[in-house]
Structures are given as C-alpha cells and as structure tokens.
Design a protein around this ligand. Structure first.
Ligand code: UGA
Length: 437
C-alpha cells in the first residue's frame, strides 16, 4: 500500500521504517528541513537499536523516502498517518496545535478520498476535533475518514514492539477505513481490536497510566520492604507469578521518566477533570513517583552526611537503557540535585552524553569516557540507568578505583550479598543495605 507519515520523530520514523519493511511504500514527512536533509543523506537523528539498518534497507529498496512536503505525501498515499509531538503545557493540558496545523494542511491539499490516521498520543475526543477541522478546511470537498490508531512501542525495543505487537487498535467509524487499516496491518499478523474513535484514544492513555500505576505500586511496596526488612525483588516475583498480575513493569527503581509516562499521566488527569470525573488515583501515582527519587536522595545524603565537595560518579543519564533519550530522565534530575548540593559529579552514559551536554541544569557535570573512568577516585557511585554494560563490569576493578567503595543502586543491578563479599557498602531499592562485616 502507499502510506505517508507526517512527523518523523520517534514514533513516525520507526513506524514508517517498519511499514516499509513489511512491503508498503512509505513517505516520511517532517517540517524540519535539516532533519529531512539528514535522513535523505542516510543520517538517523535518534539512537534506536536496529533502526538505522531497517531505514537503510528500505531506502535502498525504494520503499521508503523522506520529504518536507505534505502535499507530496497526501497526493501519493491512500492513508496519511499523523505522528507529530503532543507536548505538555504548564497547565497539564496537551498542546494539540501541531496536530491541528497538520490537519488543516492535509485538508488544504485533499482532492480524493484519504484515511487520516492519528498516531500521536492525544486526549479522548481529539479525533472529533481533527475531523471537524479537516471538514472546515476541505477546499475541494474530498471524502475522508479519520481514524485513531495509537502506538504502543517502547523506546529501546521499538522495532521489536512494532514488528510483533501485542495488539493493533483501530478506532474508526467507516467500514471503508477499517478495511484499509486492516490491510496495512495484515503483514504483522497481530490481533486487531476495532473500536470507536474515542475508545481507541482512551485505550492509549489508560494503558500508559496503568503501566505507570504498576511501577508506582511496586515502588510504594519497595518503601515498605526497606522499612520491614523484606526484599522487593522477591515480593515482585511472588506477586508477578500470578498470571492475573504478571511480573513485567514491577521493577522497583528511582521512578519512571521519559517522554511518555509523565506527560500522559498528567494529560489523563487533566482530561478526566475537564470531563467532570477526576481520576485522583493517578495523582497518587505521580506523588509516589516523585517520592521515589526523594527517598533515594535521602539515602545518599544520610550515608555521605554532606554532599558538598564529595566526588560522586553516576552511571546512566538516559531515562532507560538502549536509547539516547534524556527527556524527563530521573537520572538527569538526580545529577542536578547533587550538583545543587555542592557535589562534584562525574557522569558516564553509553549513548546519552551528547544530549546531556546541552542540559543547562547540569552544566557543571564532568563527563567521563567510560564507566571505569567515571569511578576513578569517587567517594560514591550512583547507578541511575540499567545499561547492560554496567551489569557486566568487573566490580573488583570498580572497587579498586574508588576512594570509598559506596554504591547507591537505583536499578537493583547487583546481588547485595555478592556486593558485600566484594567489600562494597551497597544501597539498593527495597532491599536491605549491606556493608562488609
Ligand atoms: C512507554 C510504554 O511502555 C509504551 O507502551 C508506549 O508506547 C510509550 O510509553 C509511548 O507512549 O510512546 P517508554 O516510555 O518508551 O514506553 O518506555 P518504558 O519501557 O515504558 O519505560 C518508561 C519508564 O518506566 C522508564 O523510566 C523506566 O525505567 C521505568 N520503568 C519501567 C520502571 O521504573 N520499572 C519498570 O518495571 C518498567
């Protein structure tokens, strides 16, 4: 099929590449001319495992191309996907101006029937607005259908998530649009759920909120584990073995971050209030998430006594491993907090340092060229992102390099007993602190 994607950010680019990989002809559009030029020159603006290869393969096969023109996209595709950013405003409301602008631009060049699909994460009832807007600016009176088709990919494993989805959600009103959408997804051989547009939009917010709730739930349990001497990993295993609950997303840590959960939970709270049915449970999810970082910092402060002039190493700056994305990363907040308290912080991240260098709040941080260089002379090591590189280091060398072997592990990468035997004072999340006897 001939498809186009307006917006070549994370979702747009990965979706476009995977659509091409299953045999569709895809045009990825963006209004950032430099990004399009770079993509045309074979340069991929984000780090996502496997993405570069998929893009290059499909560009060479002439199934994938990049353009700055919405007109070109609309003229040459049966289905136009919208995958533009929907950032959070200070009020908690979602900024839908990019979607509105794209809808108007599509309407202006619409001459034949097209399916216009919203893939961006939006509050419920946005599809209705998109349809209204297209109708209003539809100069040629062309027929069209609006569809909601939320995306569930995770950064770091986006290609796998897209190629093997748990489900495809198609929110649509017309049979014609549903049939075309089913054809797009036929090669993926995944279960398809057809709903009305409002339900599809709500599924996305409700799914992300539920996952965030799961994380906050185990983080709240981790505090009780610390206070009682229980082990959160064992508790998560024990409750996760119940198939009704499941072990995924029960990893206690320093709280969720990234470009999705914090924004989507805030947006869901706001829309629920606007609809007159405030979703207060989600406020508690947010509160627990913030508290988790504060509890971690408190442990660091209490152990080191004074942070001022302490040499602290931090491993991990991205909001999760296998990405270079540092948006709403708790790791970055931790660095900013420690710098503010006068610590000398040296950071290392396998992919996130280039973007971190641009963050003003952590301008004083020193960047190391390896995990080992970061711990040289350190009085404490903070682990903020669970990159596999960190899990596989030689801990005896780490200990030898540190001035005082104290580790604050915000991701429970290591076994406490092993750490004790190696001679570390080792703090983790929801597990007893250990120290050499
Ligand atoms: C999330 C959802 O998982 C995707 O399904 C969704 O499509 C995406 O948002 C989106 O809306 O675009 P993503 O933010 O890329 O994906 O990454 P996740 O793997 O969900 O991790 C989010 C945060 O939760 C990270 O900071 C991670 O460290 C944290 N997390 C995750 C935990 O603290 N514990 C866990 O058990 C799982």
């Amino acid at each position: 099929m001939d498809l186009s994607i307006i917006g070549s950010g994370y979702v747009g680019l990965v979706t476009g590449a995977c659509f091409a990989d299953v045999g569709h002809n895809v045009i990825c559009v963006d209004n950032d001319a430099r990004k399009i030029e770079a993509l045309q020159a074979g340069k991929i603006p984000i780090y996502e495992p496997g993405l570069e290869e998929v893009i290059h393969r499909n560009v060479s096969a002439h199934r994938l191309r990049f353009s700055g023109s919405i007109q070109e996209a609309v003229d040459n595709s049966q289905i136009v996907f919208i995958a533009v950013p929907t950032p959070q405003q200070a009020s908690g409301d979602v900024d839908l101006s990019f979607i509105e602008k794209v809808a108007r631009e599509i309407a202006g060049v619409l001459t034949d029937y097209r399916v216009i699909v919203d893939k961006s994460t939006v509050p419920v009832k946005t599809g209705e607005k998109v349809a209204e807007s297209i109708k209003r600016y539809n100069r040629h009176g062309a027929k069209f259908d609006v569809v909601s088709n939320p995306e569930f990919l995770r950064e770091g494993c986006a290609i796998g998530d897209l190629m093997h989805p748990d489900r495809i959600v198609i929110g649509a009103q017309s049979e014609r649009a549903i049939d075309l959408m089913k054809k797009v997804y036929e090669p993926f051989m995944a279960p398809i759920l057809v709903t009305d547009i409002n339900s599809a939009e709500l599924i996305k917010h409700a799914a992300n909120s539920f996952l965030a709730l799961k994380i906050s739930y185990i983080n709240a349990v981790s505090a009780i584990c610390e206070a009682s001497g229980a082990d959160v990993e064992k508790v998560a295993d024990g409750i996760g073995m119940d198939r009704r609950i499941g072990r995924n997303f029960l990893n206690a840590g320093i709280g969720y971050g990234g470009s999705c959960f914090p924004k989507d939970i805030a947006a869901f709270i706001t829309i629920s209030e606007q609809l007159g049915v405030p979703f207060n449970l989600l406020k508690e999810v947010q509160r627990i998430n913030g508290l988790q970082k504060e509890r971690f910092l408190k442990t660091i402060r209490e152990t080191l006594w004074v942070l001022r002039e302490k040499k602290v190493a931090i491993w991990g700056l991205t909001f999760k491993p296998d990405t270079d994305d540092i948006r709403s990363s708790v790791a970055i907040d931790l660095v900013a907090d420690m710098l503010r308290e006068g610590a000398h912080v040296t950071a290392y991240d396998p992919k996130g340092m280039e973007k971190a260098r641009e963050v003003k709040a952590i301008a004083e941080v020193k960047f190391a060229s390896s995990a080992m260089e970061a711990v040289e002379g350190a009085e404490a090591l903070v682990i903020a992102t669970e990159w596999s590189d960190f899990a596989n280091v030689d801990l005896a060398i780490v200990k030898a390099k540190m001035t005082t072997p104290i580790i604050f592990d915000g991701r429970n990468l290591f076994d406490p007993e092993t750490m004790r035997q190696l001679g570390f004072r080792y703090h983790s999340i929801g597990r007893a602190t250990v120290a050499p006897r």
